[in-house]
Ligand binder design. Structure first.
Ligand SMILES: N[C@@H](CCC(=O)N[C@@H](CS)C(=O)NCC(=O)O)C(=O)O
Length: 210
């Protein structure tokens, strides 16, 4: 059975959601952030040297990096679900959006998180960081348009990955400028599979208020 090494209030939540969507059996090993530093506990380093979550174990293989984990789970357990057929333009699109989430869209959000610790010293960086958050979310919003989901307007692994961007963008108030992203985040969190995953890990600090 798949083991998910899950850190509370983390990007690992979307992996649990994916497994619930597929109905794939899995076990959660829970790790709790340090109350002062908010970092993962050292035990996670015994699973993978970086000590970050998500990490999964599947039949003896350790898989890290949530985009790779999403793709792994879909290829090995999806039976063709939530992934466009290989060789199609939709599959290429799926790969681009799968990687865009962590490869690009997260970066300005993380920069904002870290530079916030600098107080006034962060002021020269703030305009560029905010402009980049806006640019990435605007691109996401433009691509989504009036659709429910990113690729072929059906749920895929690309949405599993982009769901976290939609959640943080909405919680940071960007939904006012990009209402389709706020609606997308709510669409994600209204899914029965998402709610089942959330019920196993509550509270989740990126849950949108009802
Ligand atoms: N790009 C990685 C990011 C992994 C990551 O940084 N996870 C955070 C939680 S969202 C973490 O484990 N932080 C704890 C720490 O750095 O101590 C992925 O998507 O898997």
């Amino acid at each position: 059975m798949i083991i998910v090494h899950h850190l509370n209030n983390s990007r690992s939540q979307r992996i649990l959601w994916l497994l619930e969507e597929l109905g794939t059996p899995y076990e959660i090993k829970h790790y709790t952030r340090d109350a002062t530093t908010n970092l993962a506990p050292p035990e996670l380093k015994a699973i993978h040297p970086l000590g970050k979550s998500p990490v999964i174990e599947d039949a003896g293989t350790i898989v890290f990096e949530s985009g790779a984990i999403t793709d792994w789970i879909l290829r090995h357990h999806g039976h063709g679900r939530l992934i466009p057929q290989q060789g199609t333009a939709a599959h290429e699109d799926y790969l681009m959006w799968l990687h865009f989430a962590e490869g690009s869209a997260m970066t300005p959000f993380l920069l904002a998180l870290y530079t916030a610790r600098l107080g006034e010293a962060a002021a020269p960086l703030a305009p560029r960081i905010q402009e980049q958050i806006g640019a990435h979310v605007a691109y996401f919003s433009q691509r989504l348009g009036e659709n429910d989901w990113l690729i072929e307007n059906r749920l895929t692994g690309a949405d599993i990955m982009m769901s976290f961007i939609a959640e943080i963008a909405t919680l940071q108030g960007l939904g006012a400028h990009f209402p389709n992203i706020a609606a997308y985040a709510r669409r994600v969190q209204a899914r029965p599979a998402w709610r089942t995953a959330a019920s196993k890990t509550e509270p989740y600090s990126f849950r949108l208020p009802d």
